[in-house]
Structure formats: structure tokens, C-alpha cells
Design a protein around this ligand. Structure first.
Ligand code: URA
Length: 223
């Protein structure tokens, strides 16, 4: 087993390891069909089509820049009060992989970029071990776009306020695989409160796109 394979396994992402190649879509579909069946309750939940939540009142943006502008202007929840800036996301806008974290920390708030603090360094290491690079076929975003005070975990109401932005990003990015990093991303995207241990190792689906759940880099740092 090579390093990338053992890393994918360790993260609970195996067997969704995919070659960055023009046939990736086929590979993903093939693998999705062959993964072990999910426990009945999770599988049933994941088959339920969920409409992507609508965007806030300003109306649907018609471009990536317009969406970025909407996010910058957003005052939809209390998180906007203490932010230095919003953190929209960064990377390849034609990605194979979309990694979704929970929300910006202090360094992300300062730089306006996702995963540039301590967890970001570990995420970079994870990506390297998986043979991936940030800006090449990889996009990184968060559920909430503003830093929660004192880096606390965003509450479900904040996640729900912000989800329409992420949903629109996903609609336009159309990654071939979404990787939910940790509980907040998994629970928000899958609309479940199942423990991570039950969600890992199973291929879920978000708006027709395969979704896998793994540990948040901050959890790995602590453990
Ligand atoms: N930095 C982010 O951008 N997201 C997280 O979830 C954690 C740190």
C-alpha cells in the first residue's frame, strides 16, 4: 500500500481515491456504486432529495463575483459584527475535490483565506500526502464565511444562514467529490446529527455529488 492509499484509508475516504484525469467522473461513479451499503437510516436519509436552500433576499447572483460581493455584504447573522472580513473560499474553480471546513479562525479572518492557520498547515500536509495541491483541482471553503468569536463552533442557526452561499458555490463548482471536514460540515451538508463515526467510510450525496466525511484537521491536531 503506498502512502497516498494509506492516507486515504486513514481518513475514511477509501475507496474514493480518484486519479486526476479526464475519466475521473467515470471512476467516481464506478466507485460510488461499489461502496458498502450505508446503514439503513443514513442511507434512507441520503436518498431524500434536499433542495439547495435559496439565497438571501438580495436575489440570486448571476456570477461568481456577484456571489462574492453578496457574501462580503452579508449581515444575515450576528457573526458579521466581529469579523475583519469574510472568507469566501479559494482554489481551483473547476475542481475535482471540494474540501469543506466549518468556519474561519483568527488567521483566516485576518487574511480572508480559508485554512491558513494551524489547521490549514495540517490540511496542506494531508493534501500533499494524498498527492493533491490546494490550487490544482482542489477548492476549499467553509460552511460559515465569518469567524465565530473566540473560534467557537458555529451554531446550527449560523450554519443555516450561511448554507445558501455554500450551496450556490457547490452548484457552480460542480466538484466530482465533496469532502466534509468534521462534524459541522457533515451535519450541515447532510442535514443529519449522526455521529461522525457513523458517517465516515460511507459515500453520501449532496445535490447529486458524492460526499465523504472525514475528521477535521483541528481534531487531528488535538489527537
Ligand atoms: N480554518 C478554516 O478555514 N476552516 C476551519 O474549519 C478551520 C480553520
Amino acid at each position: 500500500m503506498n502512502q497516498a492509499e494509506s492516507c486515504w484509508r486513514e481518513l475514511g475516504l477509501w475507496p474514493l481515491w480518484v486519479e486526476p484525469s479526464p475519466v475521473t467522473q467515470t471512476v467516481v461513479q464506478t466507485v460510488v456504486q461499489t461502496v458498502a451499503p450505508a446503514p439503513a437510516d443514513i442511507a434512507a436519509q441520503d436518498r431524500t432529495p434536499r433542495d439547495a436552500p435559496p439565497l438571501p433576499s438580495e436575489g440570486a447572483p448571476n456570477s461568481w463575483e456577484a456571489l462574492q460581493h453578496q457574501v462580503r455584504q452579508c449581515q444575515g447573522c450576528a457573526l458579521h459584527q466581529q469579523r475583519q472580513q469574510t472568507v469566501f473560499g479559494s482554489g481551483d474553480t473547476h475542481p475535482v475535490w471540494l474540501f469543506v471546513g466549518e468556519g474561519p479562525g483568527a488567521e483566516e479572518d485576518r487574511q480572508g483565506l480559508p485554512f491558513v492557520g494551524e489547521s490549514g498547515q495540517l490540511l496542506d500536509q494531508m493534501l500533499r500526502a494524498l498527492g493533491l495541491q490546494r490550487a490544482h483541482q482542489v477548492y476549499i471553503a467553509n460552511v460559515v464565511k465569518c469567524r465565530p468569536p473566540h473560534n467557537r463552533t458555529p451554531i446550527p442557526e449560523e450554519c443555516q444562514h450561511c448554507l445558501p452561499y455554500l450551496a450556490q458555490q457547490i452548484r457552480w463548482l460542480q466538484p466530482q467529490l465533496i469532502v466534509a471536514l468534521g462534524r459541522v460540515a457533515a451535519h450541515t451538508l447532510l442535514a443529519t446529527d449522526q455521529p461522525l463515526s457513523r458517517l465516515r467510510g460511507i459515500t453520501h450525496e449532496y445535490q447529486g455529488i458524492p460526499l465523504r466525511v472525514t475528521w477535521h484537521p483541528a481534531y487531528l491536531l488535538r489527537n
